[in-house]
Design a protein around this ligand. Structure first.
Ligand code: FE2
Length: 282
């Protein structure tokens, strides 16, 4: 049917539990809760989510599991994300279609159907805010380290084609940061040079010059250490519909990374605190 809404979402570990969110990250949480209302208004049949914290080495994996049920303690931050339960339906039929389409396109794609596979926090954290009732089927995708940005974009195009041909309404979620040159101290922002690249990237996006934003990804990723080498952004660009409206809803730092919530829809998603004079244009 359509990809009703696409988005870049943050997943910084310190927002996992709403009562523990630092002040400078609260806006991201508030905006994700607003986006959740939009998701429930759209009533999608499935959410397709690519997570920077499912880094696969060689294959593009698709989580075809019919029921995602587990308890997550994050390997990277077991103090912040510990024993977090999740239980979402999957969509094995659509997931199998994605696998087949990828393989038919000559890509190294494999399906995963394993009730013991435990989700990563890049999947769990944003979904806690976006789909708090755990009642919309989810298909997760890995970011594949052996795949270039171009191959990831191509895989995204294959996915987008299947989603548009299906009779289902889809929301696509890209879970990851912009600049990501991590340092100790959660309050730290990216360096001025790294953040200059963030601002240029976001400016292209907000001007709907998605081609220019995509074209800067290789150098942006190298110089500002964009999370997953920018693969989640390359895949996002393959989903964004021609003419869709970007909305920059919130942002914030986390240990030297820059994180933004940006949606792409048929109309702008409203966020009560949204302000185009936000950080990225300062
Ligand atoms: Fe991350």
């Amino acid at each position: 049917m359509t990809i009703e809404l696409s988005m870049l979402v943050p997943h910084v570990p310190s927002i996992c539990h709403e009562d523990q969110v630092p002040e400078f990250q609260k806006d991201m949480v508030s905006a994700m809760k607003d986006v959740s209302k939009e998701i429930y208004r759209l009533k999608p049949d499935a959410i397709v989510l690519v997570s920077c914290h499912w880094p696969s080495t060689f294959f593009h994996y698709v989580d075809c599991t019919p029921e995602h049920n587990g308890i997550l303690t994050a390997i990277e931050a077991p103090d912040l994300i510990k024993d977090v339960p999740y239980h979402y339906p999957g969509d094995p039929d659509l997931a199998d279609e994605l696998v087949k389409a990828g393989q038919d396109a000559g890509l190294q794609v494999q399906g995963v159907n394993d009730p013991y596979y435990v989700w990563d926090y890049g999947s769990v954290v944003p979904l806690r805010y976006l789909v708090p009732q755990e009642d919309i089927p989810v298909i997760n995708l890995s970011v594949t380290l052996a795949a270039s940005l171009e191959e990831t974009y191509k895989w995204g195009q294959v996915i987008a084609k299947v989603l548009r041909k299906s009779d289902k309404k889809i929301v696509f979620v890209s879970s990851g940061a912009l600049s990501h040159n991590l340092v100790r101290g959660r309050h730290n922002k990216p360096t001025v040079a790294e953040h200059a690249l963030d601002k240029q990237f976001v400016e292209f996006v907000m001007n709907k010059d998605y081609q220019a934003a995509y074209n800067m990804l290789p150098e942006y990723a190298r110089m500002a250490k964009v999370e997953s080498g920018g693969r989640h952004l390359a895949m996002l660009f393959s989903m964004v519909e021609e003419g869709s409206e970007p909305a920059y809803l919130a942002d914030g730092q986390s240990s030297g990374s820059w994180n933004a919530l940006i949606t792409f829809g048929n109309k702008q998603v409203a966020h009560k605190e949204a302000n185009v004079e936000r950080e990225y244009v300062k």
